[in-house]
Design a protein around this ligand. Structure first.
Ligand code: SF4
Length: 434
């Protein structure tokens, strides 16, 4: 059989990587005009936001789309008849360095199917990263997958070469994994996650003692879960998410709306409806509330309300169920109370607290501070007065809020929504939950 060219491999292995959202892809298809460096059409290049708000491009590829496992939801599962190929570590380096030199990318996102065994695959990934860092002297960003089941020594050595590592949860519960990914187990997935967490902690102590100590996964670890392939409710998914943040110190949990690529009796038939993007969007909003707004999963959903309202964002829903806590007086409420007001984000809450040291704040000032008044006006007073006379009644406020359309995911309402941040997004961009 004819040997595949590097370009052919790139086409196959970048296309196979597109289902992994733990590096958010913008799907931009902008051609360069030939006068400068950079072209968004290069295969496998996706866009993410760095912690300082910059949009950065990553080469997003699989090491191989060969796989010994047969996860029912995956295009690369062993039982699928697709063209298979693998890079060599040298080819990964060539692509990364060539794209980097041409200014197409600022980093690499490397995932993989399981070739022969988890150890064998992890060794290849390590070899590629070692070469990139020590032979090619590549100093750009690298996000790499830790392969569940691989030897901890390999994960550790790889972690010293990468900026971020992720182990995919795949599905929210152990039962779902058993059903759709029978070769994987919850235990196998959580073990490397715990290992990375412990090594990161140890490394922080080493760095405190010896400032020049090498850094292990300095940009932290993340994971992703497929949403909508199995019957878990938003409440279950959010509780798992909260647990992951609390118990494993994850930087991000990514949700990936289930995209049907295989016919299987155990998979939902949602071909006609398309991926559950609006549900994914609500989960991201709730995730934002957990991480930056001091909400607990139990406050947002419970046994009686197991799924998010499709029409209203999670913070508005929470506020409507707790009207006894409103209206909040803008000139007196503490920062944490302000955070809970629909339409007030963490940036605007900070601005309010700062600005009111110098005098009373009115509705016009709030607008300038970035408060979304069309949502906030039902829940606040300025110097004791509401913006308009409002009946504090759930039905009335809900009807009014529904008239002020929020931005919904593309496809859900023909509108667009913002790209999600990849790194530690504290204080910068991301999903609007305000
Ligand atoms: S391990 Fe499962 S999800 Fe990953 S590439 Fe193989 S079949 Fe796909």
């Amino acid at each position: 059989m004819k040997e595949m060219s590097l370009y052919e491999k790139l086409n196959i292995l970048s296309d196979a990587a597109k289902y992994d959202v733990s590096c958010s892809s913008s799907g931009v298809e902008r051609r360069g005009d030939g006068t400068g460096m950079g072209n968004c059409r290069k295969a496998g290049i996706c866009h993410s936001f760095s912690s300082d708000g910059r949009c950065i491009s990553l080469l997003k590829i699989l090491f191989t789309n060969e796989c010994i496992y047969d996860c029912k939801y995956c295009i690369n599962r062993s039982s699928n008849d697709v063209v298979r190929t693998s890079f060599t570590p040298e080819e990964i380096c060539t692509l990364t360095m060539e794209f980097y030199r041409r200014n197409y990318i600022e980093g690499l996102f490397l995932s993989s199917g399981i070739l022969k065994s988890p150890d064998y695959t992890m060794e290849l990934i390590y070899a590629a990263l070692y070469r990139l860092r020590h032979v090619c002297n590549f100093q750009g960003y690298i996000h790499v997958k830790a392969i569940p089941g691989a030897d901890e020594r390999l994960i550790r050595m790889t972690g010293f070469l990468a900026d971020r590592m992720s182990v995919n949860m795949e599905l929210p519960t152990a039962e779902s994994l058993r059903l759709l990914a029978p070769h994987k187990s919850r235990k196998n997935i959580l073990a490397p996650m715990r290992f990375v967490q412990e090594k990161m902690k140890e490394n922080q102590q080493e760095i405190m003692l010896y400032r020049s100590a090498p850094r292990f996964v300095p940009a932290g670890q993340s994971t992703q879960m497929i949403i909508g392939a199995t019957p878990e409710t938003d409440y279950q998914i959010l509780r798992v998410t909260e647990d992951l943040y609390k118990k494993f110190d994850l930087k991000r949990v990514f949700f990936s709306a289930f995209v049907p690529v295989n016919e299987d009796k155990d998979l939902p038939s949602i071909r006609d409806q398309g991926p559950p993007l609006l549900r994914e969007h609500r989960l991201y909003q709730a995730d934002w509330l957990l991480r930056f707004y001091h909400f607990e999963a139990e406050e947002l959903l419970d046994e009686e309300n197991q799924n998010f309202n499709v029409y209203l964002d999670p913070k508005c829903c929470w506020a409507l169920r707790h009207l006894e806590s409103f209206p909040v007086e803008i000139n007196r409420a503490d920062y944490y109370t302000l955070l809970r007001v629909p339409g007030i984000g963490y940036k605007s809450a900070g601005r309010i607290v700062k600005a009111r040291r110098w005098g009373c704040i009115g509705f016009e000032d709030l607008k300038k501070m970035g408060v979304v008044l069309k949502r906030a006006l039902y829940f606040i007073t300025c110097s004791g007065k509401m913006m308009y006379p409002v009946r504090m009644d759930e039905d009335t406020i809900t009807r009014n809020l529904l008239n002020t359309k929020e931005r919904l995911p593309e496809g859900a309402d023909g509108m667009t929504f913002r790209q999600l941040s990849l790194f530690d997004d504290m204080g910068l961009g991301g999903v609007n939950t305000g």
